[in-house]
Design a binder for this molecule. Structure first.
Ligand SMILES: Nc1ncnc2c1ncn2[C@@H]1O[C@H](COP(=O)(O)OP(=O)(O)OP(=O)(O)O)[C@@H](O)[C@H]1O
Length: 244
């Protein structure tokens, strides 16, 4: 495994992204947005509702090519995404959903360890309709990690869950990510979530999104106990008094 920072970073330079709705006023969602996520780092894009976070992720995913600027993805080019909704195919089992996302040369590999880590071993043959909201999110995480992505993009994956379930999933995400480290960028408007998960928080302005500043959380995650989280909150608010 390469040490953090040794590989190609994710480099984002979006000069302008403007929507031109038919019959409506043009709307600039992103302007002069520039940041980097180092190889193997977990970063969060933290910004207020509607500031342009999802728009930015869609550009990184290649789903929106109508922008000016450039994006450099880490080498390997395998992108995994986890969205707000788990987007599982309803007529396929959990395991089939995961395997279908894998490139053909990987499809026969064992998924035992991954399912075990995510607490899904007993659910492999279930259909999405048989899963709770939390279990469906776990299946979406399994599908993302199964392809061994060179970059993992997450768009508020725990947003519509109750806080207890969301917190359990954050821990699971950390566990599975530390077993299978990859460069990760997660969109959130939840400061607590960002402080718990990130090596680095990219703090965004209200729309049009640009970077207000970077908050590095250098402390290893196992030391981020409630007291430390409290201190992190305070230093974040000192640095960014009008956000979060
Ligand atoms: N296809 C589109 N056409 C026109 N405007 C759009 C389109 N998609 C997004 N927008 C607008 O662009 C702005 C940024 O939207 P975006 O979804 O990127 O925000 P966000 O930061 O992800 O918000 P949230 O936290 O609420 O998900 C919003 O004002 C939104 O209404």
């Amino acid at each position: 495994m390469r040490p953090v920072g040794a590989g190609v970073p994710l480099r984002v330079e979006i000069a302008d992204k403007t929507f031109h709705p038919a019959g409506g006023e043009p709307l600039t969602a992103v302007r002069d947005l520039s940041f980097e996520v180092r190889h193997g780092e977990f970063a969060c894009l933290l910004g207020p509702s509607g500031c342009g976070k999802t728009t930015t992720l869609r550009i990184l995913l290649g789903l929106d090519k109508h922008y000016t600027g450039s994006v450099q993805l880490p080498d390997g080019g395998r992108i995994a995404a986890v969205f707000q909704e788990p987007t599982l195919l309803p007529w396929r089992t959990v395991e089939e959903n995961v395997r279908l996302a894998m490139p053909p040369e990987m499809r026969s590999k064992s998924l035992d360890a991954l399912f075990e880590t995510l607490g899904l071993s007993a659910m492999r043959k279930l259909y999405p309709s048989e899963l709770s909201l939390g279990l469906a999110r776990r299946a979406a995480l399994a599908r993302a990690f199964a392809i061994e992505p060179s970059i993992l993009l997450l768009d508020e994956p725990f947003v519509s869950l109750d806080e207890q379930t969301a917190q359990r999933l954050r821990y699971l995400l950390l566990t599975v990510w530390s077993e299978r480290p990859t460069t990760a960028l997660m969109v959130t408007h939840n400061l607590n979530e960002a402080l718990m998960l990130s090596d680095r928080i990219v703090v965004l302005s209200p729309r049009p999104a640009h970077v207000l500043g970077i908050f590095d959380v250098r402390l290893p995650r196992e030391y981020r106990n409630p007291q430390v989280m409290n201190d992190l909150h305070l230093s974040f608010r000192e640095k960014f008094p009008h956000t979060g």
